[in-house]
Design a protein around this ligand. Structure first.
Ligand code: ZN
Length: 141
């Protein structure tokens, strides 16, 4: 997750969820590395999110999301996947698509993401439409 701005609560939950899925656990140091923030910042955020009932945090222990935390993280990951798919479908390279997705995903309404996803589904079912869209756009540029 490469971004200059301060990570949001959603970024933290998304990161912990991703780490738990890929490594089986999440530690302050891993989160710090992924989000590019200092460990003490992560620690105080963990306490805050713990107080909100989104995760379980104890010193020197792995961090785990509560049911409520997982629910939010899943919504965020789903949104991420849909925006990512849309951008790569348009031909945006994976790295750029990832950076841009991280930049915009927290600011999009669920209804907007749904509309984008509808377009992706349509394009998948109509590959020739997508092809001709790309070709005609290129001609005009
Ligand atoms: Zn994301």
């Amino acid at each position: 997750m490469i971004k200059a701005s301060t990570p949001t609560i959603e970024d933290y939950l998304e990161t912990i969820y991703g780490l738990t899925k890929s490594k089986g656990y999440a530690k302050v140091v891993d989160i710090s590395g992924k989000l590019n923030v200092k460990p003490p910042t992560v620690t105080s955020m963990m306490q805050k999110l713990g107080d909100r009932g989104l995760l379980r945090y104890e010193k020197y222990r792995d961090i785990s999301l509560t049911k409520k935390g997982v629910e939010i993280a899943k919504t965020v990951s789903d949104r991420h996947a849909k925006i990512m798919k849309f951008l790569t479908m348009l031909g945006v390279d994976k790295k750029t698509a990832y950076t841009d997705t991280e930049g915009i995903e927290h600011y999009m309404h669920a209804s907007t993401v749904r509309k984008i996803h509808e377009l992706v589904i349509f394009a998948e079912n109509n590959p020739r439409w997508l092809d001709s869209m790309k070709k005609s756009a290129r001609k005009k540029m």
